[in-house]
Write a protein that binds this ligand. Structure first.
Ligand SMILES: [Zn+2]
Length: 352
């Protein structure tokens, strides 16, 4: 489905047509592939970019879902909405025309300080951004370089956020960042007013595929409404953990823990498994939330990249995690280099 988009759409579009249009959308936003039909790239789940198609009706429905689920109170109130993403797309530009909204797109490609000052002057009331952008803003705010906007709601997506980081950003920006679960496959989940992530079961069927030896799952998703690019029993790479108890907010939609990372990034040696959230928590016990780090598991051990003053204590904490899992492999400390791709992935697995 992902590799041959020409074979998997109901509009008789060839892969070349779709890809040319998605490519154009990256540069000047002219992404119409048929009247009303747009193509675009999403960041993708495995480094490779996914391509998506949307008809006018699908975009309208998507937008309606977003506004209904993300805006507190009446969706018809005048509001400033900011969105920070890798690339702009018709899907998001439609927001400006959907109601009394002032909508602004902030590119991930901008330098962090420039972006922060643009966000400050726009002063959004609703803001959506990847975790690492919110962490930057929190840091700037703590340094007195950024005045947090008058946010009603703040959302993070595209990258996991640990509990400690979430608490730190809440304090720095004065509002709690809540998760949005959005993928190439669609708008999969939204946080309720309590900040708990609920699956959008009003539009999708979600099947839980257990991950052996754990209480985690992978999702198999079917979109009940999308037709241009049918999403039928597509297995996702995310690690998902359903909550046992119903959410106190009263929503009947299945509540889940925030997505902790990717299935392919689980550390694994024989039967032993260490999950991204375990690593995140262990490191968060030692390092301040603003510190940069990355831990890459491999068959030969762990490469822990970090320049923080307490990096070695964090390294020892990871070694303890391995020992508890019965794994005797080295954890080596490396200098931290920024990610080479647009998504922050703190916990990774590499077979090399
Ligand atoms: Zn809830």
């Amino acid at each position: 489905m992902r590799q041959r988009p020409g074979d998997w759409n109901s509009l008789a579009l060839s892969a070349d047509q779709i890809l040319a249009s998605a490519e154009a959308a990256e540069h000047d936003g002219a992404s119409t592939v048929l009247p009303g039909v747009h193509a675009g790239y999403s960041t993708g789940t495995s480094g490779a970019r996914g391509v998506f198609l949307s008809t006018k009706a699908e975009r309208a429905r998507y937008l309606g879902q977003c506004l209904a689920k993300l805006l507190p109170g009446s969706p018809l109130r005048r509001r400033r909405i900011g969105l920070c993403l890798r690339a702009d797309n018709a899907l998001y530009r439609d927001v400006s025309n959907a109601g009394p909204f002032e909508f602004r797109f902030f590119s991930l490609a901008s330098p962090a300080r420039k972006r922060a000052s643009e966000i400050e002057s726009f002063a959004p009331e609703i803001f959506v951004a990847p975790s690492h952008v919110l962490a930057e803003l929190a840091l700037f705010s703590n340094n007195g370089e950024f005045t947090a906007p008058p946010l009603e709601r703040l959302f993070y997506g595209a990258e996991p956020m640990g509990a400690a980081e979430r608490a730190w950003i809440t304090e720095a920006l004065g509002v709690r960042p809540d998760p949005i679960y959005q993928a190439t496959e669609g708008f999969l989940g939204t946080a309720c007013e309590r900040g708990v992530l609920h699956l959008n079961e009003d539009s999708f069927v979600f099947e839980f595929e257990p991950i052996a030896g754990s209480d985690r799952n992978r999702l198999i998703v079917t979109d009940l409404r999308r037709t241009s690019q049918p999403i039928v029993r597509v297995r996702l790479d995310d690690i998902v953990q359903p909550k046992d108890a119903p959410c106190p907010c009263g929503l009947a939609l299945q509540a889940i823990e925030p997505v902790e990372g990717r299935y392919t990034d689980i550390w694994r040696w024989g039967e032993a498994r260490i999950f991204p959230r375990q690593v995140e928590r262990a490191v968060a016990d030692v390092l301040a939330p603003a510190e940069h780090w990355r831990a890459i598991g491999s068959p030969d051990g762990i490469r822990f990249a970090c320049d923080a003053p307490r990096a070695d204590q964090a390294r020892i904490t990871i070694a303890r995690l391995l020992a508890e899992a019965g794994v005797t492999l080295p954890v080596t400390l490396r200098p931290y280099l920024p990610d080479g791709f647009p998504k922050r992935r703190r916990v990774q697995w590499s077979n090399a």
